[in-house]
Design a protein around this ligand. Structure first.
Ligand code: CO8
Length: 260
């Protein structure tokens, strides 16, 4: 796959390290980055060589410093809405990928960059990373899912404060409010993110896919979510992996999952 703004490297464990590579613009998301993220995440579900993804930004300064502000000049309201919808659909593909996606946040995660991290399943940050939704400073609001995903993660009160003030928070503060799962020093960031992915991918991939699907339903009313969970739980028992996992436990050995 020929990519101009993303670096694509798959290691021996099947972890794709996907790096947004526009370091001179702090990896800001222009139309090309969005197009390439779309291409990559559309292909991953059916890409057997990739079991999970670490998503990061090039350079030491930024994960992603937002949508590319240059492209906002002269946008009509219809253009702006279309831009937002386009990015949202790509971020949905990330969230809906049935394989684990871990954001390794190595610096600024602002605006669309914070929203991109929010669309990943798990976030690990370096100590120097910072997070924020500074769109109000530009006279606009988040458009890549921040008003929806941030309140779900940190609660409505804190999300409202972050979005209305445009305040930036440190990695440590982000950890305290549940915006990131873990803070590590910069030298260990990628290893830690990879470690999380391989821990997940060592389990049965069907179970992981079903669990991700069930977790997504947690936004729905409890009774609906519980019904879906039971359905997916039942579906897991239709797999060889479930038989193998349970049998291996009872035989006191490591399971050998086959992904079916
Ligand atoms: N867009 C375009 N270029 C950017 C962006 C950005 N978001 N962020 C940084 N850059 C560029 C700078 O213009 C500069 O380029 P150049 O060298 O050509 O002048 C280069 O990156 C380096 O940046 P700085 O010199 O500004 O670096 P500093 O260390 O001084 O500052 C900051 C770093 C604080 C991160 C600063 O760059 C900044 O404030 N950036 C903008 C942050 C921001 O406001 N992000 C939100 C953007 S809006 C958004 O994301 C909305 C998402 C939803 C959109 C839906 C429809 C499209």
């Amino acid at each position: 796959m020929k990519l101009e703004t993303l670096l694509y490297e798959v290691d021996a464990d099947g972890t794709l390290l996907l790096t947004i590579h526009r370091p001179d613009k702090l990896n800001a998301l222009n139309a090309q980055v969005i197009k390439e993220l779309d291409r990559v995440f559309s292909s991953l579900e059916s890409e057997p060589s990739v079991k999970g993804v670490v998503l990061t930004g090039a350079g030491e300064k930024a994960f992603v410093a937002g949508a590319d502000i240059k492209q906002f000049q002269g946008l009509t309201p219809d253009d702006a809405e279309a831009f937002a919808r386009r990015g949202q659909s790509v971020f949905d593909k990330i969230e809906n990928l049935g394989k684990p996606v871990v954001a390794a946040v190595n610096g600024f995660a602002l605006g669309g960059g914070c929203e991109l991290a929010l669309a990943c399943h798990i976030r690990v940050a370096s100590e120097s990373a910072s997070f924020g939704q500074p769109e109000v400073n530009l006279g606009i609001l988040p458009g890549y899912g921040g008003t929806q995903r941030l309140p779900k993660l940190v609660g409505r009160g804190l999300a409202t404060e972050l979005i209305l003030t445009g305040e930036r928070v440190s990695a440590q503060r982000a950890f305290e409010i549940g915006l990131v799962n873990k803070v590590v020093d910069a030298d260990h960031l990628l290893d830690q993110a990879r470690h999380i992915v391989t821990r997940v991918t060592s389990k049965g991939p069907v179970a992981i896919k079903l669990a991700l699907e069930a977790i997504r339903q947690s936004d729905r009313p409890l009774a609906d979510g519980l019904r879906t969970e039971a359905t997916l739980f039942g579906r897991a028992f239709d797999t060889e992996d479930a038989t193998e996992g349970v049998t291996a436990f009872l035989e006191k050995r490591k399971p050998a999952f086959k992904g079916r």
